[in-house]
Design a protein around this ligand. Structure first.
Ligand code: SF4
Ligand code: SF4
Length: 288
């Protein structure tokens, strides 16, 4: 089983539309949306939900008011100011709780227990040529890296069960911990780089991150055609970071129009070959 991560150093580079296009041209695949904070791949991939599983990100403190004496020791020990006491002496724990459990260890009468807090859901769906695994983190919930790992593990299980050779991961934008969770253990990375100065700058950060993991990477320049100078700089940066340029997709109003119609870039005749070439290159690299 081979895993391809598709990433961009910034939002708006066209990563998800490229990912959906590549997935649509594959014979069989397990698609993963690792952008658990803003899952968009399911919008572009027609899918049929098969299962939903609750995700519990971290434990939080819960008070047993029958046992609590109102001594206030837990308030003193909480470094996150998550515990308050009202005029009547009643203790409350608010959503700032980070689950460190210091209060539970401190309470002299064992009135605090650590309990699971639901952080979101993850889903397995069928798509025309395989499966889609994605998740939704509840806004404000933390531990998205853990959820990405869960989603990726589930994708591996599904791929093994159904004898599917490829997992394609639509990573989150940027170079955060979530991007790291999306890259770890993959066989190659495709960087979708917007042809702009900010796209270049963000690509350089992403390429540095990829290099740390010693994973081969390829570059697809998107929204190209505005500046030969910027394009040349992206090519030079790719050489510097040992990335291979696979091609470019020009800026074309047909593309956002196609996305609005829930089509992919591969559904536009003149760009289908570019996406097909990129896919062939990725698969050829993975089989050598
Ligand atoms: S678990 Fe930690 S963060 Fe949460 S209320 Fe207790 S001391 Fe504060
Ligand atoms: S330490 Fe325990 S007994 Fe004291 S106020 Fe907190 S919960 Fe209540």
């Amino acid at each position: 089983m081979k895993q391809i991560a598709i990433l961009s150093g910034k939002g708006g580079a066209g990563k998800t539309s490229v990912t959906a296009s590549i997935i649509k041209l594959m014979d069989s695949v397990v698609a993963v949306d690792a952008d658990v904070n803003a899952s968009n791949l399911p919008i572009l991939l027609p899918h049929f939900p098969r299962s939903t599983t609750a995700y519990y990100g971290m434990d939080i403190a819960s008070i047993d008011h029958q046992l609590c004496t109102g001594c206030g020791a837990c308030i003193t020990v909480c470094q996150f100011d998550a515990i308050t006491q009202n005029d009547g002496g009643r203790i409350s724990i608010d959503s700032d709780c980070e689950g460190c459990a210091a209060c539970a260890f401190t309470c002299p009468v064992d009135a605090i227990n650590m309990v699971e807090r639901k952080g979101g859901d993850w889903y397995v769906s069928t798509i025309n040529n395989g499966y889609l695994v994605h998740a939704d983190l509840i806004p404000g919930e933390d531990n998205s890296g853990k959820l990405i790992t869960k989603v990726r593990n589930e994708a591996s299980t599904v791929a093994k069960e159904h004898d599917i050779s490829y997992i394609v991961i639509d990573g989150p934008p940027g170079t955060s911990c979530q991007a790291i969770s999306s890259i770890t253990g993959t066989d190659l990375v495709l960087a979708v780089v917007e042809e702009s100065l900010s796209g270049l700058s963000d690509y350089r950060r992403l390429a540095e991150l990829i290099q740390k993991f010693s994973i081969p990477h390829f570059v697809l320049i998107n929204k190209a055609g505005f500046s030969q100078e910027v394009e040349d700089k992206i090519v030079a940066a790719a050489q510097e970071f040992e990335g291979t340029i696979l091609g470019q997709i020009p800026f074309d109003h047909k593309i956002p129009q196609a996305l609005q119609d829930l089509q992919s870039i591969a559904d536009i005749d003149e760009y289908r070959d570019i996406i097909a070439r990129v896919l062939t290159e990725l698969q050829t690299t993975l089989t050598h």
